[in-house]
Design a protein around this ligand. Structure first.
Ligand code: SKM
Length: 273
């Protein structure tokens, strides 16, 4: 049995063990996947322990360790290099740590699953932290006419826009600098976790806009409820992104691509608390 885990702090809420157990069943892979809480101040030694004592083959990494894990990885995929954060590690036979980031591709696959096209669209990305940074390059491959990164702290958004300027028309600014409407609006802040919405003008919404919240919850997230209140007809939460990023990590580790639709359905049906 090959062993894997997701690490984070906190981690109890994670649906990753359920998702990977479903993938393993479906693909007849003999693996074990658990959730492990790692102390906030000892990521480096924890990674060594997971590799050398628990003999894990790979791990997923979630908040707040993604950027620090990026620093600690020995090798990085190109997409992880650019993302500045990793959510997937593979321990190689010689002990070295290969880091990847599957969040961006996970978001893109989920947008495709929901028939959300970005080509020639005006896209608003809310937030300029690790979650936003990780998805910019993958989003730009769909050739939107414009990507505007909006953040409470304008300078962070402007910096990100500069960092990815080679990929197309990208601008950054504070919430008050957003004064237009967008075709696709993606919330990469964790505001919904506190039941809050970003301090943006409601003029960002049109009835045709599609709103995507990277967060998910059993009921509408605060952001999705806000969009619906302003008559946005298409809203999607981040549960699909979670399943798709897991599938991509599973593929990296096992070289088999699991079916995500059936696992999504089980999660939606509430088979997992
Ligand atoms: O990127 C993912 C991570 O791989 C696993 C996860 C979880 O288990 O909640 C959430 C995301 O950060």
């Amino acid at each position: 049995t090959d062993k894997y885990a997701v690490i984070g702090h906190p981690i109890k809420h994670s649906k990753s063990p359920f998702i990977h157990a479903e993938f393993a069943k479906q693909c007849q892979q003999d693996i074990e996947y658990t959730a492990i809480e790692v102390p906030l101040d000892s990521l480096a030694s924890s990674l060594q322990q997971l590799r050398d004592v628990l003999k894990l083959k790979g791990i997923n990494i979630t908040v707040p360790f993604k950027e620090q894990a990026w620093e600690l990885a020995d090798n990085l995929s190109d997409r992880a290099q650019r993302a500045g954060a990793i959510n997937t590690l593979m321990f190689e036979n010689n002990g070295s740590m290969f880091g990847d980031n599957t969040d961006g591709i996970g978001l893109c696959r989920d947008l495709e699953n929901h028939d959300v096209s970005l080509k020639d669209k005006r896209v608003l990305l809310i937030g300029a932290g690790g979650a936003a940074r990780g998805v910019i390059a993958p989003l730009m491959t769909y050739q939107p006419t414009e990507l505007f990164i909006a953040n409470r702290t304008a300078s962070k958004a402007k910096k990100l826009a500069e960092l990815f300027a080679d990929l197309g028309q990208i601008q950054g600014g504070g919430f008050s600098e957003v004064n237009n409407h967008f075709d696709v609006i993606i919330n990469a802040t964790a505001a919904s976790l506190q039941g809050e919405v970003p301090d943006l003008p409601v003029s960002i919404f049109t009835e045709q806009s599609c709103c995507y919240d990277m967060m998910y919850a059993d009921t509408d997230t605060a952001f999705i409820a806000w969009a619906k209140k302003h008559n946005v007809s298409k809203t999607v939460d981040g549960l699909g992104m979670l399943v798709e990023q897991a599938a991509e990590a599973f593929y990296l580790w096992r070289k088999i691509r699991p079916d995500t639709g059936s696992v999504m359905q089980k999660l939606r049906d509430g088979m997992q608390a």
